[in-house]
Design a protein around this ligand. Structure first.
Ligand SMILES: *Cc1c(COP(=O)(O)O)cnc(C)c1O
Length: 382
């Protein structure tokens, strides 16, 4: 069955809910048992709110099917999905390889809590491919991947990295928030643990925070146990928002993709712009890797300006009227932010001629977005 059809059916069990199509929002900590024996033997489908409820199960079932995984756990944010997955696989004395273009809060966790717990991290150039083999140590347990990378949008060769990792007995994690399981199936590329910030496209309306971790193979028991040991759980209202988001994920992503392509092409034609960092553009250096590993492109990308003052870029951004200035992405809204990837990276220096502007193309009419950028460029960047 096609994903588009699956999205209309996953997690929907009217027979369990008096015919109501959507799973109810089960709010609850205590679950009552009929007698001591049932409690002692846990011989009942649900036993305590933190261990799960039908709302939670509906979303896990949906993500597991879309990811073609063995199982899924939910986390209260995308970041907690990344960190829970790392802590599930690595412990004191272990080593992890992390890409230099990783979502910055993941790097921060590796440098703070990760280090305090005895996990050491080596950063790698996202363009490394199979040469990542040289970075393995006997204690390397995991390779974290993210594609395209945060802010700079390089696409790593996930298959090559996964092959190298498995040859060295390490597990592979991938942050797939940008593509969602509709536009990339990490487990089919050899990844063991597929992570999404469901906050972004899955929830899709900028109104909740949530993360998912879908696993296959030996990773599943590790992630399932660690998430439970650490006390992870998500409120049912947020889960219901993510379930609602799933029903329209395909149509929204298609529109984000169409709009982003038009805006990216327009930006490419502009004299104020140096590079457009969008893997779906044929001019992108990793376009072929993107085509090979992804079936679509979402609405998030960046561009770098020609050499100009920081003040000019700030004025340009401030004079946009349809783009909100803010973090996150994946909702209906168009967003813009100024970023400095060079300040974060340590092994693959980032030098652009001007400044990097990250944009999320929302569901607005792309002609209006282009007109907004055009007026901002005309008044501030020339
Ligand atoms: C936003 C983001 C996250 C974190 O998601 P939150 O729900 O905001 O914690 C993780 N990875 C990537 C690539 C992101 O862009």
């Amino acid at each position: 069955m096609k994903d588009r059809t699956l999205l209309m059916h996953l997690g929907i069990h009217p027979e369990d809910h008096h015919g109501f199509l959507n799973p109810p929002i089960y709010r609850g900590s205590t679950v009552a048992f009929p007698d001591v024996e049932t409690m002692a033997t846990r011989n009942q489908r649900y036993g305590y709110g933190r261990w799960g409820n039908p709302t939670n199960d509906a979303l896990c079932e949906a993500i597991t099917a879309l990811e073609q995984a063995e199982g899924t756990v939910l986390c209260p944010s995308g970041l907690s999905a990344c960190t829970t997955a790392i802590l599930a696989i690595c412990g004191a004395g272990d080593h992890i390889l992390v890409p230099d273009n990783v979502y910055a809060p993941v790097r921060r966790m590796c440098e703070t809590s990760g280090r305090r717990f005895g996990i050491s991290t080596t950063y790698y150039n996202p363009a490394i491919g199979s040469a990542i083999s040289d970075l393995f140590r006997p204690e390397t347990r995991a390779v974290f991947t993210e594609a395209p990378g945060s802010l700079t949008f390089e696409v790593s060769d996930i298959r090559a990295i996964a092959n190298a990792a498995h040859a060295h007995g390490a597990l592979v994690l991938m942050d797939n928030s940008w593509a969602t399981p509709l536009f990339c199936k990490p487990l089919s590329l050899g990844v063991d643990v597929s992570i999404t910030a469901a906050t972004k496209y899955i929830a899709g309306h900028a109104d909740c925070l949530l993360g998912t971790i879908a696993c296959q193979g030996t990773a599943w028991a590790k992630v399932k146990d660690a998430a439970s040991e650490l006390g992870n759980c998500v409120g049912p209202d947020d889960i219901a928002l993510a379930l609602r988001g799933l029903r329209t994920l395909d149509v929204r992503l298609q529109r984000h993709q169409e709009n982003a392509a038009l805006v990216a092409q327009w930006l490419e034609s502009r004299p104020e712009v140096d590079q457009v960092l969008y893997p779906a553009l044929p001019s992108h250096p990793d376009h072929d890797l993107w085509r090979d590993q992804f079936s679509g492109a979402s609405g998030l990308f960046a561009f770098t300006t020609r050499a100009c003052s920081r003040e000019a870029v700030i004025s340009m951004i401030d004079s946009l009227s349809l783009f909100h200035i803010g973090y996150s992405w994946g909702g209906f809204e168009s967003l813009v932010m100024l970023a400095d990837p060079g300040a974060i990276r340590t092994v693959s220096p980032w030098n652009d001629k001007g400044h990097l502007v990250r944009i999320h193309i929302g569901l607005d009419d792309p002609a209006d977005l282009i007109a907004d950028l055009e007026q901002a460029f005309a008044t501030q960047l020339q």
